[in-house]
Ligand binder design. Sequence first.
Ligand code: SAM
Length: 323
Amino acid sequence: MALGGLGVVRGVVRVIKKNESPHATSGEPSPSRAVWTTTLGRPVANSIRSSWVILRFHHLFWLCQHVWVNSSDGLYRHDLAVVHHKGFGFHAAACAPGILEILAPVRARQGLVLELGCGTGLLTKELIAAGHQVIATDASAGMLEVARDFLGETAPAGRAPELRLLALPDDPLPQVDAIVAIGHPLNYLPDAASIDRALVAIAEALRPGGVVALDLADLEWGAARQNTPNYSDIGAEWAIITRFSTPRPDLFVRDITTFLANPDGSWRRDDEHHENVLVDTSQVPALMRGHGVEVEVRSSFGTETLPRGLRAVVGHRPPAVPP
Ligand SMILES: C[S@@+](CC[C@H](N)C(=O)[O-])C[C@H]1O[C@@H](n2cnc3c(N)ncnc32)[C@H](O)[C@@H]1O
């Protein structure tokens, strides 16, 4: 469509140039303009006018499409979701063994696991392979789209998880036996109060005996990343460049540019701006205890080494006491 529009512009420019007069700006009716109207007549004038209408329509259509896609899709639009899936699987791979061990009692009783911020399903796949029943959720339609394809291809027959669009902190959470969240999805919320609301919602969604395992970026995350140089990486069909900044001690900002190969061999670019609110994770146990859940803040889920400033929040709601 955009190319069609360009063709119309070129055509219009060519017609105008062909009939241009050196006197065109004189204010006098230009001789060549007179020739143009008399020899080519009203049909051509009308066709040029309608070309401009079509051009404007194309431009408006492109603008609406572009603004709509960018504003409605929010973070982790399709291209970054693909790059995340292809280039950033190492975090889920590192956390999975420790999380599976924490969730072993839940699997033993065939409990239901809720995953928050599941992204493209990298941890989800491990949970399913271990025999868990999972509801995998994320706020990004782009991430869930990649997850749907990935898990559809890799999950054993009949064991595909339920995938749901769910945005913290206000979307209701189902009652479950375990909640997991890695890749610090809670730090994407706009402020510390929203993160507290999400932690309370998580506590309240846990059934008696339920288990929680999530990672959360502490204030130390930002302190450890002052003046971090740009990051770049490239794969066969993708590339990423990230610029970092820490405008406040509790704010970590990434400006992320991705390039993805189109089927015709050309490349397209997208840009996303991510802000992560950092919190004092030592306050989390008291907050969740107030809602009946005991957690500890640890340096890892299992034997993996988490990035500096990323904490594992692990705990449970005590089982109901029989009357
Ligand atoms: C760094 S990615 C981690 C994805 C995945 N857990 C992994 O480890 O590969 C953070 C995820 O949090 C999700 N997220 C951001 N804001 C969210 C919100 N308000 N509610 C739920 N998920 C959110 C993003 O869409 C993204 O999928």
